[in-house]
Design a protein around this ligand. Structure first.
Ligand SMILES: [Fe+2]
Length: 277
């Protein structure tokens, strides 16, 4: 019995702490040749977890992936913890590797510490993309990069506005790109239909933690906002002109363990279709 418990603990620790780097490719003819081979590293749902002392193991893997850009798609901190050191240890190292962009998740919206985290992230050079759009340039070519704040940040006044505040925010951000290929950072994958309706080209999400427990050949068991047997937990989803990529993320929230669902860094390489033909 003792041996069984020890094996179970080792298995649980391995599943929770052994990082995986998933490398995926994405092609679209609207991507300019200048961005062919552009590497986007997604970090999601750290939840203040540590991977090595001062995030050493996490940082080494990020460095090795040679990203052109690092994107953090929410829940960098955990609202049940006061300490933001794990989040800042990672962010301080990330900005030294590549330009780093951040959008909030539901845990930032629920945390007393978020204003402090936001101040410190801004001071070290992390670009906060909550409800903000910007152009990424390479020579004369451009990508439109934008992020949407977690909907829990919406104020009572905003929610009382006529129409759907979240949808209007997304539409306005996407229109600012003026038809340039757009990349949206948004914490929640369950709003996929909205991203499709608003005309997003490529969306990066997290939040689902891979469904926390993954049953081989079936998928994730539970995700917030989607319930049991969630649809959007890992990998690519397509509808119309929109592709959504969902990271399984790194940390845990209320449910403290991951099963068959090791913490994931996702490296997506962009390709211009013209370059392949
Ligand atoms: Fe999360």
């Amino acid at each position: 019995m003792l041996l069984f418990i020890i094996i179970l603990l080792i298995f649980g620790y391995w599943q929770d702490k052994d990082l995986v780097l998933s490398q995926v490719e994405y092609s679209n003819e609207s991507i300019d040749q200048a961005f062919d081979g552009y590497r986007i590293l997604q970090v999601s749902d750290l939840h203040n977890s540590y991977f090595g002392s001062h995030q050493q193991r996490l940082i080494e893997m990020v460095k090795k992936s040679r990203p052109d850009m690092i994107i953090i798609t929410g829940d960098l901190l955990d609202c049940r913890q006061e300490n933001i050191d794990a989040a800042m240890d990672f962010a301080c190292a990330a900005v030294e590797i590549a330009p780093t962009y951040f959008v909030t998740g539901n845990h930032e919206a629920a945390s007393d510490q978020y204003q402090l985290l936001k101040k410190q992230l801004t001071e070290i050079g992390v670009i906060i993309l909550d409800n903000r759009q910007m152009l990424i340039e390479r020579g004369n070519s451009r990508l439109s990069l934008m992020g949407v704040a977690d909907p829990l940040f919406a104020t009572v006044e905003q929610l009382a506005q006529e129409g759907n505040y979240y949808q209007q925010t997304l539409e306005s951000l996407i229109s600012q790109g003026d038809g340039t290929f757009n990349i949206l950072l948004a914490h929640r994958p369950e709003d996929f239909a909205l991203y499709v309706n608003c005309g997003a080209d490529l969306v990066f999400c997290g939040h689902a933690h891979g469904g926390q427990i993954r049953i081989p050949l079936i998928g994730g068991v539970y995700a917030p906002g989607q319930g049991y047997w969630p649809k959007y937990t890992s990998g690519f989803y397509y509808e119309g002109n929109t592709t959504m990529v969902v990271s399984r993320g790194l940390g845990n929230s209320l449910f403290p363990i991951r099963v068959f669902n090791r913490p994931q860094l996702l490296l997506l390489t962009l390709h211009s279709k013209n370059s392949e033909g």
